[in-house]
Design a protein. Sequence first.
Length: 299
Amino acid sequence: MRILDSHLHLWDPEALEYTWLEGPLAGRFGADELDRARVERATAERAVFVQAETAEDDFLAEVRWVAGQAERLGVVGIVAGVRLDRGTDTTVHLESLTAEPLVVGVRHLLQGEPDGVMLSSAFISGAREVAAHGWTFDACVRAGQLPDVARLSGAIPELRIVLDHLGKPEVGTASAPRTPSVEWERDLAELARHPGVFCKVSGLPAEAGGDWSLAQLEPFLDTAADVFGPERLMWGSDWPVSAVGPVEHDGPNAPADGSPVYQPSARSRWADAVATWASSRGIDHDALFHATATSVYSL
């Protein structure tokens, strides 16, 4: 199966500045680490790199850092970091990105922003510029922010929006699963009514703290397929964020306190689980794992 991973992260704290890395994610995750986390079922594997929230001053440096090793990594597109509410500074930054041929989209990380930020006049102005460049906008939000994403799409229907991680619903864990909330289902369905919005099947392992099962997550995947239709879904690994979880067995490398660890095999496990679910629903694997992302990101 050919794979275009629509949501891959990479970082190196020695090359760029990050303020959020901690625990098992605090080290370098680059080409060597990715090689050890390749998807086993993939006959060919490429990826879209999504900004890893460096310090704002390093947004452009991050693009150049990834572009410089893109061939080795299999990266064919970059979703660059940006602040869309900076007025003239946003315009200058977007113009600088036009010199980087691998840039296919941008992301202003919204999950920690207060409600209403993406509806401000400054943000909408910046988002209109993104659309004018022909780029996508990745919306990484929490479930309660989904209505604002729908309003943003309504204000700028020409902007292709890619919803990261199904809007981060509360999924619980394998041992204590949650069912999809009425509010999340309602808001996701409302967002899906906007034809320019697409949805990444990604990130749910991280929302479960790495303690997940396919049976636990299937109701959320089913809801996304029901409201968006299979043709607007794309698989993403969210590596390495979604590759951290509890130790599954005792061993010499297991932390004594039982804290979560990085698991290289988690990326392949997520691909296998989504492929199994897709088969059960008659969803075309090539579309979900390759073709839709290729089209949406204009690759």
